[in-house]
Design a protein around this ligand. Structure first.
Ligand code: OSB
Ligand code: MG
Length: 370
């Protein structure tokens, strides 16, 4: 497939609520969409970089820079027979996985559209219902947290994840657990603890959490292994896993028992599939994380989530939870805690609301060959 055109655009979208984690607060998102055109067919994907370098070092602006100044010249006017070939042409870019992933994912969407297949088929998944949970940011009070958890349970979500940090862990978890003794409850620390905090984390064991997500440093696996040995609760790794190699090493040393898969974090679908298989070989489930995506990223997540080793509910909750108005035409709504894979046409199975996009777009760049 020859890449005739590469286009980037930026769309400001305001979350319905400020999303607070141990690394900061996000409400005003700038959604970056990358699109690739070949032979008149267009594939697209969302870049999941955030507004500030809190979750990872990439930001909307570093991703824009890397995509327009380095990726565009390396791919426009060139032909790639596979995602592997495309990635090979981008191997000179160290890191910047979210920027590379957006282009690689757009390539998969393009390929699926050319073959007239839903993306899940190309990825090796299936048309199955995708169980999803909800990720609740840090709130001002335990009462508020329990209220939000109650609303989520009322909407049918099969798992509730609470963001935690030192000083905000035991109390909200106890509050929600006492109100809902049976739900699958998890916590996500986004790297806010160190090994010195092991006793505080051990105290969470009594609540029967499904897992504790990324308690320790974003670049650590060794201390996680030491912590996992001291906990009954499974550790789920998010920030620490950037590649199939990271996944293999982490699972080999027992740094965790579960992996949160984010395609942007790991450099694209190809790496995500490899991590899926490695985790499966270790008997470790994966689940699909979220990065407060618009419907474009959310649709891609749902297709990926249909692979067999996605065995725990993902973070792809209803689009209407995040946005008053999404940028896609198709609603992506969970019913009784389950999302259907969008299939309004091939590829990711959703379409941009072109009129709305034209109205809100703040930045656009087009790279086309001669
Ligand atoms: O750690 O999983 C995370 C959002 C932004 C950055 C990191 C994370 C998250 C979430 C929200 O937990 C998931 C979502 O609802 O999209
Ligand atoms: Mg996380």
């Amino acid at each position: 497939m020859k890449i005739d055109r590469f286009e980037l655009f930026e769309l400001p979208l305001r979350l319905k609520f400020p999303f607070r984690t141990s690394f900061g607060v996000e409400q005003d998102r700038r959604i970056l969409i990358a699109s690739l055109t070949s032979d008149g067919v267009v594939g697209m994907a969302e870049c999941v970089a955030g507004e500030f370098p809190g979750y990872a070092y990439e930001t909307t602006d570093t991703a824009w820079h890397v995509m327009s100044d380095f990726i565009a010249p390396a791919i426009v006017g060139k032909s790639f027979a596979s995602a592997g070939e495309l990635l090979h042409a981008l191997r000179f870019i160290r890191g910047h996985n979210m920027a590379v992933a957006a282009v690689e994912m757009a390539y998969w969407d393009l390929k699926a559209r050319m073959l007239n297949l839903p993306l899940f088929e190309l990825l090796g998944g299936s048309d199955r219902p995708v169980p999803v949970g909800i990720s609740l940011g840090i709130q001002d009070s335990v009462e508020q947290t329990v209220e939000l958890a109650a609303a989520s349970v009322g909407q049918g979500y099969g798992r509730v994840k609470l963001k935690i940090e030192p000083g905000w862990d035991h109390q909200p978890v106890r509050g929600v657990r006492e109100a809902f003794p049976e739900i699958s409850l998890t916590v996500d620390a986004n790297s806010a603890y160190t090994l010195i905090d092991a006793p505080a984390l051990r105290r969470l064991d009594e609540f029967g959490l499904t897992y504790i997500e990324q308690p320790l440093a974003h670049d650590d696996i060794l201390d996680h292994a030491e912590l996992q040995a001291q906990l009954e609760t499974a550790i789920c790794l998010d920030e620490s896993i950037h590649s199939p190699e990271d996944a293999r090493k982490a699972l080999a040393i027992g740094a965790g028992r579960i992996i949160n898969m984010k395609v942007g974090r790991v450099r694209g679908f190809r790496a995500a599939l490899a991590i899926h298989d490695i985790a499966q070989a270790f008997g470790a489930p994966v689940w699909c994380g979220g990065m407060l995506e618009s419907g474009i990223g959310r649709a891609a997540n749902l297709h990926l989530s249909s692979l067999p080793n996605f065995r725990l509910p993902g973070d792809t909750s209803s689009g209407s939870r995040y946005w008053d108005k999404d940028i896609v035409n198709e609603p992506l709504e969970a019913v009784n805690g389950v999302q259907r894979i969008p299939q309004n046409g091939p590829g990711i199975g959703v379409s941009l609301d072109e009129e709305y996009v034209r109205r809100i777009v703040t930045r656009q760049a087009v790279f086309s060959g001669t």
